[in-house]
Design a protein around this ligand. Sequence first.
Ligand SMILES: NC(=O)c1ccc[n+]([C@@H]2O[C@H](COP(=O)([O-])OP(=O)(O)OC[C@H]3O[C@@H](n4cnc5c(N)ncnc54)[C@H](OP(=O)(O)O)[C@@H]3O)[C@@H](O)[C@H]2O)c1
Length: 297
Amino acid sequence: MRQTAIGNTNISVGAIAYGCWRFAESSVEDADTKIRAALDAGLTLIDTADIYGLGEPRGFGGAEAVLGEVLARDPSLRVRMFLATKGGIIPPRPYDSSYDYLTAAMEASLERLQVDSVDLYQIHRPDLIAPVEETARALNDIVSAGKTRFVGVSNFTVAQTRALQAHLDVPLATTQPEFSALHQDPITDGTFDWCSETGATALAWSPLAGGQIPRQTAETSHGQTVIACLQKIADAHAASISDIALAFIMKHQAKIIPIIGTQNPDRIRDSVRAAEIPLTAREFYDIIEAYRGTAMP
Ligand SMILES: NC(=O)c1ccc[n+]([C@@H]2O[C@H](COP(=O)([O-])OP(=O)(O)OC[C@H]3O[C@@H](n4cnc5c(N)ncnc54)[C@H](OP(=O)(O)O)[C@@H]3O)[C@@H](O)[C@H]2O)c1
């Protein structure tokens, strides 16, 4: 698998990542199969969050706990992965990025994951109440205590990201926006330009629009136009529509890593094909134009 650098570091991960949002109801055996499929295929960044599992029988922390069981059974898996988690969502509040909350949430994640440290700790969503200086102090202390190597944000505007960065002792290594052929806002809202400015890596969540792209179930006629465009390009490359949707994300000049979320080990393995698709510039712009409903000026 092609590699993508994390921030301005010499640490690289697979160009496609694997996410554990839909993981909480997996048995430990099934979870083990999916994690091994991802690592063997080169999807070395494994993304989870403390909240994954809420609303399902295992509840808050459920996805981290299953992954923790997998890691406890075979600790050699931990060294093969770049382990990323998130904290800061706590329904019904719904967000908390205060010092006390985040430092305790970090500890609780480590306990559930049964590890001493993670590679990336991300603030899941911006909290509008906790002072930004306090959130930054929590992240600074978490890094200096060796509980995470890197810190990042998710679902932050560029202005919110810059405000947090101004109080941090370390550079934000990543930002995690929703991005797919059906959700192209980060191209125009400055998120990817902030990545180019700082060297941060973007992690694209729901890169197949949560399954709408492979299932061809976009709800709007505009979404159906994008899907028809992806299908046409897929036919030209004898590839799947998912391959093209992922190749589109990786074609952008910023460092963007799609985080796929399939629960099907074969689909995890098949995703690697997307990293090799020679998508042309014309095809990339065809997808942009299908989304915008107008030709590039
Ligand atoms: N930061 C955030 O706020 C945030 C929010 C959401 C997600 N995330 C991250 O992003 C990761 C991925 O999100 P996601 O799961 O929505 O990603 P996704 O890859 O866009 O969607 C996964 C869904 O697509 C379906 N799918 C994939 N290939 C298919 C195919 N060929 N045919 C039919 N269905 C197919 C999967 O079903 P099968 O399982 O049946 O294949 C699954 O339901 C999460 O695990 C999490 O790490 C972050």
